[in-house]
Design a protein around this ligand. Structure first.
Ligand code: FES
Ligand SMILES: [Fe+2]
Length: 322
C-alpha cells in the first residue's frame, strides 16, 4: 500500500494554502510551491510536532506556524529564524517527503517509491470526451469496501431501484472474470432502469427495458476503470479510486467521461452520483468487518460473486491484504 499512488485531493481543491490530508493513517500536508508544483510532506514539524498545514507557503517552502521554520519539497529545513548563524541548520532538521504527482485532475501521493504508474485512461484528453469530477465521497469504512461496492452490480435493483437497476429483473446474467497481473477484468450486459426525468444522464433512450454493456477493470488495490455503453456510439467512462485514509475511513474520487450531452451542466451528473453514493454509504458503512475479509472462507460466496472472489485473490497475491 505504501508503494502505491493514492489520490488525496482534486487538483482544483489545492490552491495557494496548504491542505491537511491523511493517507494510510499518516498525517500529510500537501502544498504548491511558487511554480505551482505540488508536494506532499509530513504534517508533523520536526521541532515541536506542530501541524505544518496550519502554516503557509513561503516561496518554495512550507512554513511552520509555531516558530517559522521552513521546509522545502524534499523535506529539508531551509530556515530556522531563531538561529544566529543560518548556515548551521542541523542535518536532522528535516521531515518526510513523499512522491507527489498530478494526473487526471487529481493529486496522487505514494508514501514510498510507487511500484507502478497510474492506469491509462485512453479517452482522457481526447476532444470528443468531456469530464466531470464527483465527490469526493467520505465514508466510515475501509477503501476495500468502497471499491468493492463499486464493482458490485447485484445490488443495483435493491439499493438503486429506478436509477441503476430494475427490481423486476434482479437476476445477474452470466459473466466471466479474468485476472491479468494485478488487474481483474470482467464484462457484463445487464438490465438497467430507464432514464429518469430527474437525472437524464444515460444515453439509453427509446426503450422501456434498456440493457447496458459494461467493461470493468479493477486495478488493485482501490481503482476501478469502467467503460459502458448501450450498443450505439455513445459511451461513458467511470474512473473511481478510493483514498485509504486509515483502516476505518476512506474517500472516493470519481471522474466521469462522456461523449454525448455536451451541454448538460456538471451538476446533473454530480447530483445523480451524490444520490447513488448516499444510498450506498448507509449499506456499506454497516458492513462488518470494516475491511473486506480477504480470506475467502470468512463469507458465503455464490456463483455470481465471481468478481468478489477474484478481487480477494488478487489482493492477496499482490500483498494488499493487510
Ligand atoms: S514547532 Fe514547528 S517551528 Fe517550532
Ligand atoms: Fe451502489
Amino acid at each position: 500500500m505504501r508503494q502505491t499512488l493514492h489520490p488525496v485531493a482534486y487538483s482544483t481543491d489545492l490552491g495557494t494554502s496548504p491542505l491537511s490530508v491523511r493517507l494510510l493513517g499518516e498525517p500529510l500536508v500537501v502544498w504548491r510551491d511558487s511554480t505551482g508544483i505540488a508536494h506532499a510532506t509530513s504534517d508533523v514539524c520536526v521541532h515541536r510536532g506542530t501541524a505544518l498545514s496550519g502554516g503557509c507557503v513561503k516561496g518554495d517552502t512550507i512554513m511552520c506556524p509555531y516558530h517559522g521554520w521552513q521546509f522545502d519539497g524534499n523535506g529539508k529545513c531551509t530556515h530556522i529564524p531563531q538561529m544566529e548563524d543560518p548556515t548551521k541548520i542541523p542535518t536532522k532538521a528535516k521531515i518526510a517527503a513523499h512522491t507527489c504527482i498530478e494526473q487526471y485532475n487529481m493529486i496522487w501521493v505514494s508514501l514510498e517509491e510507487p511500484r507502478r504508474p497510474l492506469p491509462a485512461i485512453d479517452e482522457f484528453g481526447a476532444k470528443e470526451w468531456i469530464w466531470v469530477n464527483c465527490g469526493p465521497y467520505e465514508w466510515n469504512t475501509h477503501s476495500s469496501r468502497q471499491l468493492e461496492n463499486f464493482t458490485d452490480f447485484g445490488h443495483f435493483p435493491w439499493v438503486h431501484p429506478g436509477l441503476l437497476g430494475d427490481i423486476n429483473r434482479p437476476v445477474v446474467p452470466d459473466y466471466e472474470v479474468r485476472t491479468e497481473g494485478h488487474v481483474v477484468k470482467y464484462d457484463i450486459t445487464r438490465p438497467e432502469a430507464p432514464n429518469t426525468d430527474d437525472f437524464p444522464v444515460f444515453a439509453n433512450a427509446n426503450t422501456d427495458a434498456p440493457t447496458r454493456t459494461s467493461h470493468y477493470e479493477i486495478h488493485t488495490p482501490f481503482t476501478l476503470l469502467l467503460h459502458l455503453g448501450w450498443g450505439g456510439k455513445e459511451g461513458m467512462v467511470y474512473f473511481f479510486v478510493s483514498q485509504p485514509i486509515d483502516d476505518e475511513h476512506s474517500r472516493g474520487f470519481l471522474i466521469i467521461g462522456r461523449n454525448y450531452n455536451y451541454d448538460q451542466p456538471d451538476s446533473v451528473l454530480q447530483d445523480f452520483e451524490d444520490v447513488i453514493f448516499n444510498q450506498d454509504k448507509v449499506i456499506v458503512e454497516s458492513q462488518l468487518p470494516k475491511k473486506v475479509p480477504f480470506d475467502i472462507t470468512k463469507e458465503l460466496h455464490m456463483k455470481f460473486d465471481a468478481v468478489a472472489l477474484a478481487y480477494r485473490k488478487a489482493m492477496i497475491s499482490h500483498g494488499f491484504d493487510n
